[in-house]
Design a protein around this ligand. Sequence first.
Ligand SMILES: Nc1ncnc2c1ncn2[C@@H]1O[C@H](COP(=O)(O)OP(=O)(O)OP(=O)(O)O)[C@@H](O)[C@H]1O
Ligand SMILES: [Mg+2]
Length: 331
Amino acid sequence: MKIAFVGKGGSGKTTLSSLFIRHLAANEAHVIAVDADINQHLGAALGLGDAEAAALPAMGAHLPLIKDYLRGTNPRIASAETMIKTTPPGEGSRLLRVREDNPIFDACARTVRLDDGDVRLMATGPFTESDLGVACYHSKVGAVELCLNHLVDGPDEYVVVDMTAGSDSFASGMFTRFDMTFLVAEPTRKGVSVYRQYKEYARDFGVALKVVGNKVQSQDDLEYLRAEVGDDLLIGVGHSDWVRSMEKGRPSRFELLEADNRMALQTLQDAAEDSYGLRDWERYTRQMVHFHLKNAESWGNEKTGADLAAQVDPAFVLDERHARAGVAAPA
Ligand SMILES: Nc1ncnc2c1ncn2[C@@H]1O[C@H](COP(=O)(O)OP(=O)(O)OP(=O)(O)O)[C@@H](O)[C@H]1O
Ligand SMILES: [Mg+2]
């Protein structure tokens, strides 16, 4: 299952991602947490100290390795240099699985020990000005997108991405890579404006989008969100003293998180599971091809000097059969 948390700056994306990750670990799910937000704070929210968080490897710095590994022996991808963030897998490509060890996880993932189990954490690394462009070749988020497009996940395996709702993710198709996108919104006009923008992009691609209200203080707050986003409102989360203590550097055990918030996290998990059950792998593959062709035409072909449309393997569908074999086999 692939899940994203998006929303306005400061809305609580990192906080809710980290709580959700802890909740999944407590439920014995297998989790890869990915920090793809401009402000890289997921490690800290998962309890890493400053030095540990700073020592996390940056996926953005390992793009050549990531491309080389995923390319495998795919004859349609001549070199890592011609592989762009949207290059889809095909026969011969290497695929990733949540529970395996592979050179990408060795280089880019670190195990984080939580109260109730271990999760793997990957981080894009700090963003620079040039990462925020619409069609950036060196995009750090591109490293995440490549991994998502090559990852075959099963029902009890979760990839949880803390990310921005930036133009980069709309141009590249990153926003279509998730079984469920949780849009974190405070009950304010600014909070819901990001929702409207997201909804507009999401509509044409069948993106499953649910609003998680955060810092909800009253019934009036909840009614406001309901009036603005209608049935897309999944649940509201209130102020958490547990989170506040953690921010004070006095973390308590996860089992002491407020009962209401625990229930809210279970609601998120249920919604994600329902949506994963509806995943259409063929459409999932078709969408990656759609965005690849779009990116190839708008900048990729020119940048690499190759016809990147030729990278598409028309017979290939990413699907659960690949969850067992590490290499993309013929259809
Ligand atoms: N439900 C909550 N209860 C208590 N504090 C909260 C809650 N949600 C968020 N916060 C606090 O609000 C602040 C912003 O939250 P957070 O960093 O998760 O937002 P963000 O959307 O990830 O922000 P950024 O855009 O900077 O990455 C943090 O100090 C966090 O601890
Ligand atoms: Mg954040």
